[in-house]
Structure formats: structure tokens, C-alpha cells
Design a protein around this ligand. Structure first.
Ligand code: ADP
Ligand code: MG
Length: 260
């Protein structure tokens, strides 16, 4: 390429807010000449790289914006530690069809069995697939809704959250809610029903959610909407955190207190 053309491409790619195109165009030009590509093949290859790079940086932005407490992936998940788990089901969920169908996922099980890990991993997959994701614990979600409510902005906040393809609510049940909190949470669940997905995790079986929300009626109405279109996955066994410690039980892992 002549110096003029190089300078022009540099200027034009900056004007397009795609400065990477300059390097790609230069790099691929050589390959194209050597390989005898058509002009169309060359143009398509340059644009292809740009789109791939944009998708990747979009995914990184969405992952950062999601507020995950850690980065976990399905690849890091050791299925041997969860022999009862259906790998095909998890792989299918990782494909993200549940998001376009506004289906939910509920991960139940005692502490340390990988509920948060799987929730984050599915969230990261969703971000890669182009969905906006927000992660929070149940306590954080309630605080957020209470704050919006106190500013008279609850309806607007709930509407805004509908723009997120996936909302993850971690640790339902660790801390019981006040009744007004249960109502706020119910509104969040209702607003997403058949519109957008939720992933929830809990150490308690549904039968105990009434105690958490301080209201059996609200809890059952909520569970009804959550599970109507949902995969409910129960994780089992000892905590992965204690795997190499020799400790086999935790006080909170007694069968009467958990989903075990
Ligand atoms: P939970 O949310 O069920 O209490 P976590 O998902 O936070 O448990 O898991 C606790 C820790 O153990 C995390 O660091 C997680 O990555 C890891 N972990 C749990 N289960 C597995 C697993 N099957 N394979 C790999 N890491 C796991
Ligand atoms: Mg957890």
C-alpha cells in the first residue's frame, strides 16, 4: 500500500471509530495478496475481525457491569464433585436458549455446593451471548428496591431492570426479609414473569421460603411465577470449600435445614 493510502485508511478508520481496522487491513492485505483473495473476501475478512473484536469487548463490558463477585466458568466446574448433576442440562442452559424464552433457573443446595459458581458461569455465558446481566444477593436486591421505593422510583426502577436479559439473585434464604421487602421482591419477580429471566440460588427448599419472606401467601405466589417456566436444579453433597480439609459437615448442612 502506498503511504497516502495507509494514511487515508488510518484517518478513515478513526473517523469510523474503528481504529483497529487500520492494523487488520494492513495485516490481512499481505495475506490476501499471497493467497490471491478477491476484493470481496478481503473486505469481509477485515470487517469480520472488527465485528469479532467488538463482540468480545462488548462482552467484557457487560461482564464488568454485571457486578459478579468472582469470575467462574462452566469449564472450571468439576462435575465429578456433583455426580447427580445432569451435565447435558447444564450445557444446554449454557447455550442460553432459556434467555430468549424468558425461562428461569433455580439452583438449590447446601452451602459450598457450587450454586453461586454456576449462577456466575451462566451469567458470563449470557454476557458473551449479548445479554445485559446484573448480579446481586437477595439482600442487595431488596436494598436496591427499598432505596428506589423510598425515592418514589420503584416502578421506574423495575421497568429499567426489564432491559436486563438476566438478573441473578444469589442467596435467597440466608437472611429473612421484612414483610415489605417480600412485597418488593415479589414485584421484581412479577415484572420479569414471561418477559426476562431470573437465576436464583438458595440453600432452602421452596417449602421454607415462606419463612424467609415472612408471608406464606406472597412466597407461594412468587414461587408459582418463578417455577412456571424454570429449570430447578438441586446440588448435593459436602461443601467444595471443605473438600480437602477433612471436615465433612457444617452446622447449617443438617438435613432439616437445607434442601438435602
Ligand atoms: P454455594 O454458592 O453453593 O455456597 P459456591 O458456588 O460459592 O457455593 O462454591 C464455593 C467455592 O467452591 C467456589 O470457589 C466455587 O468456585 C467452588 N466450587 C464449588 N463447587 C465446585 C465444583 N463442582 N467444581 C469446581 N469448583 C467448585
Ligand atoms: Mg453462594
Amino acid at each position: 500500500m502506498g503511504d497516502d493510502t495507509t494514511a487515508r485508511i488510518e484517518y478513515l478508520s478513526r473517523a469510523l471509530k474503528a481504529p483497529r481496522i487500520r492494523d487488520t487491513a494492513e495485516r490481512l492485505a499481505e495475506q490476501a495478496r499471497d493467497g490471491g483473495w478477491s476484493h470481496e473476501d478481503y473486505l469481509a475478512a477485515v470487517l469480520d475481525r472488527e465485528v469479532a473484536a467488538r463482540d468480545a469487548s462488548g462482552a467484557q463490558l457487560r461482564i464488568r457491569a454485571a457486578g459478579f463477585p468472582a469470575r467462574k466458568t462452566l469449564d472450571d466446574f468439576n462435575f465429578d464433585h456433583q455426580p447427580a448433576l445432569n451435565r447435558d442440562q447444564i450445557a444446554h442452559l449454557g447455550g442460553g436458549v432459556f434467555l430468549s424464552q424468558a425461562r428461569n433457573i433455580v439452583l438449590l443446595g447446601p452451602p459450598g455446593t457450587g450454586k453461586t459458581h454456576l449462577a456466575i458461569a451462566l451469567g458470563i455465558k449470557a454476557a458473551h451471548a449479548g445479554h445485559r446481566v446484573l448480579f446481586g444477593t437477595a439482600v442487595e436486591w431488596v436494598a436496591r428496591l427499598q432505596e428506589a421505593h423510598s425515592r418514589g422510583r420503584l416502578a421506574a426502577e423495575i421497568l429499567r431492570l426489564r432491559r436486563y436479559g438476566l438478573i441473578i439473585v444469589d442467596e435467597v434464604g440466608y437472611i429473612p426479609f421484612e414483610q415489605d421487602a417480600a412485597n418488593l421482591f415479589f414485584q421484581l419477580v412479577s415484572s420479569r414473569y414471561e418477559h426476562a429471566s431470573l437465576v436464583l440460588t438458595s440453600n432452602l427448599p421452596f417449602a421454607r421460603w415462606g419463612d424467609v419472606f415472612g408471608d406464606q401467601v406472597v412466597a407461594s405466589a412468587m414461587i408459582d411465577r418463578i417455577v412456571h417456566h424454570a429449570d430447578v436444579i438441586t446440588l448435593k453433597g459436602a461443601s467444595y470449600r471443605l473438600k480437602d480439609t477433612g471436615i465433612t459437615t457444617l452446622p447449617s448442612a443438617r438435613p432439616e435445614n437445607t434442601t438435602e
